[in-house]
Design a protein around this ligand. Structure first.
Ligand code: UDX
Length: 424
């Protein structure tokens, strides 16, 4: 059975590690952050993700361990999954820094490894990166040749935070990009127990599929948000409109929930990177630019409703939810944070609660009023804003307080007495 090394213990690397270990492979996860490595070896998840703790408790150390020693991990394994971050730079292009560093390191290690090794790129990268950066750098540093001495496969991930473990074990599809039949055969074997379709493509096509999946889903969300904004003007409930169109199997009901827009580590970054690259290549991606424009303005729709009530200065406003969606402690690109910034500019007096993300947000906004539960936020505020769809917010007693809902929390009834939705 192949031994596996996973570089990077963020969301992607963590799930790939426990997923592969649960399938029975021996996995060594690598990270430069000693603190994360220690946590994993002590069976403590370095991120919050449903089911992760249980799997670590089961798999560490018998099937899985973590280390900062990349050399040891690559030398002792047959396949390396590269799962490092590719964050946005200021203008929206993608930073390749971590990928370049890891490729250089792997190249130096492979120089002294006499056994064939397969590199699998899982990080989201602009088409051409696996070939032009990863392979070229490894070849340069190792003095070896791809595909003779080492193999390369691009295998994008499609995991949603909050359901990432289920998504790993029940994927809609597995995409394997490679023009290297030996490497492909090895990676196909790793995934041989999966029943879903396996699509074989070139490296470039696999890289593009990831971007286009995210761009399409983001487009669906901005589309329904635009429709939601129009519906609001007509005094029409856009949830029913989404239901009405979603029943058409060509459209499907998924990713048609209107609200305060998409956030997270992927959609904003990936659509931005695609827009940036397309523009650089001489194409003006008008539709994708609009997807981002609609999304940027969407949290303001909630503030517009609030501003109708008069000046916000000194008003006690309750904030329920900080993460970009429920089921995660991730606040990256969360519309809740941009909403808080706007409210602070208006000098509103904020009371805040989130079940998972308060420690992280306290680091950004240390002087706000963080309360110990949602009910207290309601008691202490004049108006309550719901910015994340945590299920517990459905069960609170809102009394007569005005509730402005940005996340469609009450779509199945139990709506508070004094309630307004952002697009419904
Ligand atoms: C996404 C992709 O779904 C996943 O395939 C990819 O690998 C990483 O990016 P994730 O960011 O975890 O996953 O969350 P997702 O559930 O897709 O939601 C993204 C954002 O869109 C959230 O802010 C969510 O609240 C919002 N959203 C989603 C909507 O506003 N409406 C919807 O109908 C669906």
């Amino acid at each position: 059975m192949a031994k596996i090394c996973v570089v990077g213990t963020g969301y992607v690397g963590m799930i790939q590690s426990v997923g592969m270990a649960k399938l029975g492979f021996n996995v060594i996860a690598v990270d430069i952050d000693e603190n994360k490595v220690d946590k994993i070896n002590n069976k403590i998840p370095p991120i919050y993700e449903k089911g992760l703790k249980k799997l670590l408790e089961k798999l560490v150390p018998s099937k899985m361990s973590a280390t900062t020693d990349l050399k040891k991990a690559v030398m002792e394994s047959d396949v390396t999954f590269v799962c490092v971050g590719t964050p946005s730079k200021k203008q929206g292009s993608m930073s390749m820094y971590q990928l370049e560093v890891v490729s250089k390191e792997i190249g130096k290690i492979l120089k002294n490894k006499n056994k064939y090794h397969v590199i699998v790129v899982k990080s989201t990268v602009i088409p051409g990166t696996s070939e032009n950066i990863v392979v070229k750098t490894i070849e340069k540093k190792s003095g070896k040749k791809c595909p003779k001495d080492f193999g390369i496969v691009m295998n994008p991930e499609f995991l949603k935070e909050g359901t990432a473990i289920d998504d790993f074990f029940e994927p809609d599809r597995i995409v394997l990009g490679s023009n290297d039949s030996k490497a492909l055969k090895i990676i196909k074997k790793l995934y041989s127990s999966f029943k879903c379709p396996v699509l074989e493509t070139s490296l470039k096509e696999a890289e593009m599929i990831k971007y286009v999946s995210n761009a399409f889903l983001a487009t669906k969300i901005s589309f329904i948000n635009e429709i939601g904004n129009i519906c609001k003007k007509f005094d029409i409930n856009s949830n029913l409109i989404a239901k009405g169109i979603g029943l058409d199997r060509r459209i499907s009901p998924k990713f048609l929930k209107s609200g305060i827009g998409f956030g997270g580590s992927c959609f904003p970054k990936d659509v931005n990177a695609l827009v940036y690259k397309a523009t650089e290549l001489g194409y003006n991606p008008r539709l994708l630019r609009s997807v981002l424009d609609v999304n940027r303005e969407q949290p303001l729709k909630l503030l517009e409703l609030l501003e109708k009530l008069g000046k916000l200065r000194g008003k006690k406003i309750g904030i329920l939810g900080l993460t970009f969606k429920s089921g995660t402690d991730d606040i990256r690109e969360s519309p809740a944070l941009s909403t808080i910034k706007e409210l602070l500019m208006e000098e509103a007096d904020l009371n805040i609660y989130d079940p998972k993300a308060m420690p992280q947000v306290k680091k950004i906004f240390p002087h706000l009023n963080y309360l110990k539960n949602g009910q207290q936020v309601i008691e202490d505020s004049e108006i309550v804003l719901i910015l994340t769809e945590w299920p517990e917010f459905k069960k609170l007693n809102y009394g007569d307080k005005l509730v402005i809902d940005g996340k469609n929390v009450f779509d199945n009834g139990n709506v508070p007495k004094n309630y307004e939705g952002v697009c419904w």
